[in-house]
Design a protein around this ligand. Structure first.
Ligand code: AMP
Length: 133
């Protein structure tokens, strides 16, 4: 049975999509630490990042780099912080978070409240940024 992130990648569950190719999918985190907080997943459903095969693993980081550049081009920030947690959803994923201080990527802090319209607008901007890389 497919997990929630596989269903998102297959379009069975809606998401604010940022980018995809045949192996990877990027979408906004629904409970973001910052505007533009994005998750990047391999379409292959493997729970633990370090269990991915070498090609899928290195490809995930290459794809994440492109997504990070697109976020950077849209969300004003010092840099894009990267985290891998995976305690909530058992499908390997990289968190890309626009940050200005180390506290901005503290997963125990309050998340940012965003309206559907704000999610849709920032996703559209980052999507365009990705296409223009
Ligand atoms: P973790 O597995 O600990 O890295 O956390 C999973 C992340 O996935 C959290 O930041 C959630 O807000 C996010 N998340 C869970 N369900 C969804 C969803 N349906 N769409 C987007 N993000 C989600």
């Amino acid at each position: 049975m497919s997990g929630i992130f596989s269903k998102i990648a297959q379009g069975q569950i809606p998401s604010y999509k940022i980018a995809e190719d045949d192996k990877y999918f990027a979408f906004l985190d629904i409970n973001p630490l910052a505007k533009g907080h994005t998750l990047v997943i391999p379409k292959q459903e493997v729970d633990y990042l370090f269990d991915l095969d070498e090609d899928t693993y290195t490809g995930l980081w290459t794809f994440s780099k492109k997504v990070a550049k697109a976020i950077e081009s849209v969300c004003p920030c010092e840099r894009i912080g990267v985290a891998v947690v995976g305690l909530e959803v058992p499908h390997a994923h990289v968190h890309l978070v626009p940050i200005n201080t180390v506290g901005d990527i503290d997963f125990s802090r309050n998340r940012v409240a965003m309206t559907k319209e704000e999610f849709a607008a920032v996703a559209k901007e980052i999507r365009l940024g990705f296409l223009n890389l």
